[in-house]
Design a protein around this ligand. Structure first.
Ligand code: GLN
Length: 491
């Protein structure tokens, strides 16, 4: 088996038993990136010096016998996580010249656990998008078919992992950006409970919705990395002081007797036929593992997209006011006065989708419209959260498709932002209510594009989600087929 198809625990075993060193593993990945990433554009920045240095340090630690399971394992970070001394662009021209002076907490925690940073992955500008086409650095392609979108906004992370250019990657999810690209790229992606992973050093899009998490090839890999990322951080006032339960400990639990709710709202008649088929097959597999399915009602889910597209732009318009050409980031040439500096730095530094969000957000927050839009959206958010929590009184998890369709062609929806926004209908409820949710590869279209299914759990139910996906992966081999399909395309 080649090094790039090993799971994290297989890699850890190889390192521990001296089959290969972290330096060799790291060089192997760096060579693959060099050789193959022109095709995908999944990395914005590759960091070979840092990677080799961290790999050598990992090898020394492994030699002492004190290494942990993640020591010496390479990882890629979404370019929204600040990395000390390395460009952190958030996919924007605005931050193209920004070298972060510090590490995000998630990044430093993973480095402390011994992981080796390969580089920074491509993303929609400021994480606004579902296709990765809004990146200043150009679109990322889908490794299953490079004419297709990889999903977004963590499309670079998903494409890098799916193309075997990183074993695992960090990602962020404000309305679906971990789960939707994981679904389109045949991966497992988990968005943890709001507050479980520190947002310190994670460039803000919509602060009450943003959550860091992981995309990986399997639930087991995701669990290993997530456990090292979660935990209270005094530098993030919304980080939960109660420690999140370790997820790897639950990976052997049975699904016998677990109940899974299916909101009627998630299975409408116009759902894509392949997505519906994969949903039914996944349900049958989980039933054969002992889970019981029930219908649940989430009426407010129908308003989730509209609610999100008021709240997220409102918060974005406030968060992005810091980019003014003065303190850091892009500054226009020869500003005439302060007004001109603000105007031109922002007009030239931000792309179209970001500007659209700033306009919508500023409008929704302005006097006279605040009550009609922003307050209303907050009320619907509260109602939806109540309905979700009420649904969890009768079921352990809620299942639905991750996205209404498989990946589509690059360019297909660039001129129709609302069509793209509707892609998020199944993922947004988890962000609005702060609950954890996972997407796992559950099948393919006839032309071989992956389709993911989503499970949601109550707050701090990450372990249950990862275990359910793990049990599914023990019983099926879609995660293995995904790797085989990509290798075929690469051959
Ligand atoms: N697609 C959604 C948006 O454009 C979600 C993005 C995200 O989760 N970062 O806002």
């Amino acid at each position: 088996m080649s090094m790039h198809t090993l799971s994290i625990s297989q890699m850890a075993k190889g390192l521990r038993e001296g089959e290969f060193t972290s330096e060799a593993l790291t060089r192997h990945y760096l060579a693959r990136i060099e050789e193959l990433d022109d095709e995908y554009n999944s990395y914005i920045t590759v960091t070979p010096e840092i990677a080799i240095e961290q790999a050598k340090a990992a090898d020394e630690l492994i030699a002492t016998g004190n290494a942990g399971v993640l020591t010496g394992i390479p990882i890629a970070h979404k370019d929204i996580f600040c990395t000390k001394g390395v460009r952190t662009s958030a996919g924007s021209k605005m931050l193209d010249n920004f070298i972060s002076p510090y590490d995000a907490t998630a990044v430093s925690k993973l480095a402390q656990s011994g992981m080796v940073m390969l580089g920074k992955t491509n993303m929609d500008e400021f994480a606004m998008g579902s296709t990765n086409e809004s990146s200043f650095y150009g679109a990322t392609t889908n490794p299953f078919n490079t004419d297709m979108i990889p999903g977004g906004s963590s499309g670079g992370s998903a494409a890098a992992v799916a193309a075997l250019l990183a074993p695992v990657a960090t990602a962020t999810d404000t309305g679906g950006s971990i789960r939707q690209p994981a679904s389109h790229c045949g991966l497992t992606g988990i968005k943890p409970t709001y507050g479980a992973v520190s947002r310190f050093g994670m460039i803000a899009f919509a602060s009450s919705l943003d959550q860091g998490g992981v995309v990986a090839r399997t639930a087991e890999d995701a669990a290993l990395v997530l456990d090292a990322m979660m935990g209270h951080d005094p530098l993030d006032s919304t980080s939960n002081p109660t420690a999140s339960p370790a997820t790897t400990a639950s990976l052997g639990d049975s699904l016998q007797g677990k109940t899974i709710g299916v909101p009627t709202q998630f299975l409408s008649d116009n759902l894509d036929a392949d997505v519906k088929r994969v949903f039914d097959e996944t349900r049958a597999t989980l039933e054969s593992l002992g889970a019981q399915f029930k219908e649940t009602d989430l009426a407010a889910a129908e308003q989730a997209v509209a609610t999100y597209y008021v709240i997220a732009p409102a918060e974005a318009s406030a968060n992005l006011s810091r980019y003014d050409g003065v303190k850091f980031g892009y500054r226009c040439k020869d500003p005439q006065d302060l007004q001109d500096l603000y105007l031109r730095s922002r007009s030239e530094g931000f792309g179209d989708e970001v500007k659209r969000r700033i306009l919508v957000g500023t409008y929704a927050l302005s006097a006279g419209y605040y009550d009609a839009y922003y307050r209303k959206a907050q009320q619907v958010r509260a109602l939806l959260t109540q309905q979700i929590l009420a649904a969890f009184e009768g079921v352990d998890m809620i299942m639905g498709p991750t996205a209404p369709t498989p990946a589509y062609e690059l360019g297909d929806k660039v001129n129709d932002p609302v069509a793209t926004y509707l892609e998020d209908m199944f993922t947004i409820p988890a962000n609005l209510s702060g609950i954890p949710a996972i997407s796992f590869a559950a099948g393919f279209t006839e032309s071989g594009l992956p389709i993911g299914m989503q499970l949601m759990a109550p707050h701090y139910g990450e372990a249950a989600l990862l275990n359910a996906a793990h049990q599914f992966q023990l019983a099926t081999n879609f995660h293995v087929q995904a790797v085989e399909k990509v290798l075929e395309v690469q051959a």
